[in-house]
Design a protein around this ligand. Structure first.
Ligand code: FES
Length: 142
């Protein structure tokens, strides 16, 4: 059993209880992904699985066998930053910096969601949202 992390196949941990976050940080020494609350509340551990953002502290590594994981280390390189990383640098978006990797991973996925028309909390066109999501119950007059 293996998983792709930033383009490299890595073996799954023998212990099926290892979270994806702990696999990245403790087993693979990829410390860019941060452990904040470790209970799904802060987003510091956000990574990309096949382009979708997830909270790695809430996921078991074994759930993602054969899938593609991208961490902040795989989003860009120091000499070739992702445009969102460059924007964080240019516009001083770091705050303390601890959760910046999760914010950038989340933003990368969010931009892709916008491109694909995936509805969000602020989507005003619920008909378009229904096209993306499938039939939904719309209130009268919507
Ligand atoms: S560490 Fe806070 S949501 Fe995962």
């Amino acid at each position: 059993m293996s998983i792709s992390v930033n383009g490299e196949a890595v073996q799954m941990p023998e212990d099926p209880r290892v979270s994806l976050l702990d696999l990245l940080r403790d087993h693979l020494q990829l410390h860019g992904t941060k452990k904040g609350c470790n209970q799904g509340a802060c987003g510091a551990c956000t990574i990309l699985i096949d382009g979708e953002r997830i909270l790695s502290c809430l996921a078991l590594a074994v759930q993602f066998e054969g899938r593609s994981v991208i961490t902040i280390e795989g989003v860009g390189q120091p000499d070739a930053l992702h445009p969102l990383q460059q924007a964080f640098v240019e516009y001083d978006g770091f705050q303390c910096g601890y959760c910046t990797p999760g914010q950038i991973c989340s933003a990368v996925a969010m931009v892709d969601e916008i491109r694909r028309g995936v509805p969000s909390h602020v989507t005003s066109d619920r008909v378009a949202a229904a096209i993306v999501l499938g039939p939904v119950d719309l209130p009268q007059g919507a």
